[in-house]
Design a protein around this ligand. Structure first.
Ligand SMILES: Cc1cc2nc3c(=O)[nH]c(=O)nc-3n(C[C@H](O)[C@H](O)[C@H](O)COP(=O)(O)OP(=O)(O)OC[C@H]3O[C@@H](n4cnc5c(N)ncnc54)[C@H](O)[C@@H]3O)c2cc1C
Length: 413
């Protein structure tokens, strides 16, 4: 193996995999395999739902981002043979051999065995999920005539979000603002009902008290109903059943969005290597698997000890690890000593509806419309490749970031 000819295969084109591929552009023969043809900047999926950003801003094509030196294969890796050093793909009969493997397959929604959830709840992890949720909001609105009494309108326009982590909070406040705007445009009576269902005793667990205060204030102002210490027991086609203090309640819902947890990708579940009790791959401080020098893992599927606890399962961590991982592959190929690093929290930014956000930067927390602008600026700087950052930054600066209203079906573009 040398640094010019080594076959480096990266599985997963998300924050960990794509950024590793970008860092490695001049090392070995790099192949990135991912089951989607685009990268997704997940922190702005809420803004995609609300139309504040467009698909090309946050989901640029992999081929557009990658250098010509990196081969991109759009396919699903169905198995990894660590002994033979090859991966098998869903739609190709020939496996792909590697000298060095990078696993960055990320997570999938965890419905935690809740009855009906996998079939009826809408996960919120991909562009297609946001499209589906937007369509469901639009079609529910289309079925409500302006003269319907407020209580019937509210029943017909009830939406539930499961999970009150950052994701559930960001999603519910966006939905509330979008629906409230649609109420005005369509002259509907009353207001929509948005519930957030959370098993724990507070919203955004793991975030600091100052940022939580801003989040709670935004939820209140958006009229989002927060039900803590409440467990979802069943999701039906148009119903949701939850339990609080031993009592079950069933309500009618237009849609249930699921942000209630993540588990590792099924590919990683099938790998027989050392894992934590949550199924995460145990990696050494160098990001190598414990028993395989030539296999690295990062991001949501890897358990890395030397990182601030708030970073587990975040893009921030995957991004930072990609830099270390690429350097360690170069070191491995050049016979140098592999390095490690402590990963620290880079700050937090939570969108709170279409007009404001809460940002923690440099140890200070601030909220409101200014925080929303700061979040856009911060995220521009974290998009992949400088030319994509420039294009997106210019588009937001010159064309604005106003939300796209939920227009009647047929008028939506
Ligand atoms: C809606 C949402 C909002 C978020 N907001 C934030 C935020 O504000 N800040 C933050 O720090 N983090 C945020 N996160 C978390 C962040 O997205 C993840 O921590 C991060 O994406 C992890 O990076 P990764 O490379 O491990 O996985 P991912 O980015 O998920 O990438 C994994 C890639 O691998 C592909 N893949 C999976 N299995 C296979 C297979 N078998 N074969 C081929 N390809 C495969 C997937 O399609 C995907 O493209 C958010 C997540 C979501 C869903």
């Amino acid at each position: 193996m040398d640094d010019k000819t080594a076959r480096i295969v990266i599985v997963g084109g998300g924050f960990g995999g794509l950024f590793t591929a970008l860092e490695l552009a001049n090392t070995g023969n790099v192949t990135l395999i991912s089951d989607e043809d685009h990268f997704l900047f997940t922190p702005m999926l809420y803004e995609y739902l609300s139309g504040e950003v467009e698909e090309w801003h946050i989901a640029p094509g992999q081929k557009e981002l990658l250098d010509d030196q990196v081969e991109f294969i759009r396919d699903e890796v169905v198995s990894v043979d660590l002994g033979q050093q090859r991966v098998s793909l869903k739609s190709r009969s020939a496996p792909v051999s590697y000298d060095i493997l990078v696993l960055g397959a990320g997570g999938v929604s965890n419905f935690a065995g809740v009855e009906g959830a996998a079939a009826h709840a809408i996960p919120f992890r991909k562009i297609a999920d946001a499209d589906l949720l937007r369509r469901r909001m639009g079609s529910a609105l289309d079925q409500v005539p302006p003269d319907l009494p407020p209580q019937d309108t509210k029943r017909a326009l009830t939406f539930a979000v499961v999970g009150a982590g950052a994701s559930g909070v960001e999603l519910s406040t966006k939905m509330a603002d979008l629906l409230r705007d649609a109420f005005k445009r369509r002259a509907l009576r009353g207001e929509p009902r948005i519930l957030v269902i959370e098993m724990g005793d507070q919203v955004v667990p793991g975030m600091g008290a100052e940022i939580r205060e801003l989040v709670e204030e935004a939820l209140l102002q958006s009229h989002v109903e927060v039900h803590t210490l409440t467990r979802v027991v069943r999701v039906g086609e148009q119903t949701l059943t939850f339990e609080h203090e031993g009592r079950q309640t069933e309500i009618e819902v237009a849609a249930v969005a699921w942000t209630g947890g993540v588990r590792v990708s099924p590919l990683i579940e099938s790998l027989e290597v050392e894992k934590t009790n949550r199924g995460l791959l145990v990696v050494r401080p160098t990001l190598q698997l414990a028993a395989h020098d030539n296999v690295f893992a990062l991001g949501d599927i890897a358990f890395f000890e030397d990182a601030s606890p708030t970073l587990a399962g975040t893009a921030q961590l995957a991004l930072q690890q990609a830099g270390l991982l690429a350097k360690n592959i170069e070191a491995l190929l050049n016979g140098r000593e592999l390095q490690t690093k402590h990963f620290a929290e880079l700050g937090e930014a939570v969108s709170l509806g279409t007009e404001r956000a809460a940002v923690l930067a440099g140890g200070k927390v601030f909220g409101g419309p200014l925080a929303r602008q700061a979040r856009f600026a911060l995220y521009t700087s974290r998009l992949p490749t400088w030319h994509h950052r420039l294009r997106v930054g210019a588009s937001w600066f010159f064309e604005g970031t106003a939300p796209r209203p939920l227009l009647p079906l047929g008028m939506e573009r």
